[in-house]
Design a protein around this ligand. Structure first.
Ligand code: SF4
Length: 333
């Protein structure tokens, strides 16, 4: 069944922190919090348009939902919940901080039809969390994740790549990914760190204290993480921030690209082809890829094929409907 979200942004107001990379007003594209009347209007406007059989969830994103004023949080949930009861929405998703979860909050969320909770973990290294002023620890991520699962919610975990203080971004990403795998989340989001105007990170960047990842480096790391999560049946529901004009205009530096996920997935194919050719003589080959994957396998502007050509392999790609898209199977002829 096709998944979709009706996203309702609840901006910075709920968050007591000032994480180094966050200017929540820019990221959410919204300055004022929604009212419960607006939630009702949005649901009435957009849910009836959901495709027949679609699995649309009402998603309160953008800030730390469970850290906002409790009465206001409940009012937003009360506005959304009737649409779940009527079967017009499959459930409600929220995103929040690990230290804004406890048994009372979880019971309230359950009472109002919340089905999925995403935790902004960002890193599973305490030094990196501290350096980026996250205000929570790895242990709090683990405790919140376990409590969410024990209450029967779907668990989502969000991580960032190339945070301030990471000397080796790939090693830190692997550490966080391994810790996520141990927590068995249902979904994961991977966000390369961007330097957004008005943040502490922007100051460090202009002072020469922070160097962001390149698109290439970030894509290479994602090309290792995505298959690792998928192999554990964890859905990677986002790679890179949502392409958005208001965001793009505030990004000062960093691996931002509107098609970042495709670049990362394309890199997975490149790595697979390079592995496949490692034991083959240089020459001309056809690489079969799953249906619908031709352009991803070839890479943007055929960059994968050019890279292989430089290594001595002249490659054409063709579709083979028998290959599995989920596992990005390839066959070299
Ligand atoms: S906890 Fe989330 S909303 Fe709050 S400052 Fe950090 S990233 Fe932004």
């Amino acid at each position: 069944m096709k998944h979709a979200n009706l996203s309702i942004f609840v901006p910075h107001m709920g968050c007591p922190q000032s994480c180094s990379f966050c200017n929540q007003r820019n990221i959410s594209g919204a300055e004022k919090p929604p009212t419960s009347a607006e939630v009702t209007r949005l649901c009435n406007t957009y849910l009836p348009k959901a495709e027949q059989g679609s699995n649309t969830e009402i998603a309160f994103f953008g800030g730390s939902f469970t850290a906002i004023d409790y009465t206001f949080m409940v009012a937003l949930l009360q506005a959304a919940y009737p649409f779940v009861q009527q079967g017009r929405a499959a459930g409600i998703r929220i995103s929040t901080r690990p230290d804004a979860i406890d048994a009372n909050i979880l019971n309230t969320l359950k009472q109002y039809g919340v089905t999925a909770i995403e935790l902004g973990a960002q890193s599973m290294d305490d030094e990196v969390l501290k350096a980026n002023r996250r205000g929570h620890t790895v242990q709090q991520v683990c405790a919140a994740a376990q409590a969410i699962q024990a209450h029967g919610f779907s668990l989502g975990l969000q991580m960032m790549l190339g945070l301030y203080g990471e000397q080796d971004a790939c090693a830190y990403a692997q550490k966080t990914a391994q810790a996520f795998l141990a927590l068995c989340p249902d979904t994961v989001r991977i966000y390369p760190t961007l330097v957004v105007a008005g943040t502490q990170l922007a100051e460090w960047y202009t002072q020469g204290q922070y160097t962001p990842l390149t698109i290439d480096a970030a894509a290479d790391i994602c090309a290792q993480l995505i298959p690792a999560f998928e192999a554990a049946d964890i859905r990677v529901i986002r790679v890179g921030l949502h392409a958005d004009e208001s965001l793009a205009s505030t990004v000062l530096a960093g691996p931002y690209h509107p098609a970042f996920r495709q670049i990362a997935e394309s890199r997975i194919y490149l790595h697979k082809m390079q592995q496949g050719f490692a034991s083959r003589l240089k020459g001309t080959y056809t690489v079969c890829v799953p249906k619908g994957e031709l352009s991803t396998a070839a890479g943007q502007k055929k960059c994968n094929l050019q890279q292989l050509f430089k290594q001595g392999y002249t490659v054409t790609v063709k579709e083979d409907a028998g290959l599995c898209k989920k596992y990005r199977e390839i066959a070299i002829l």
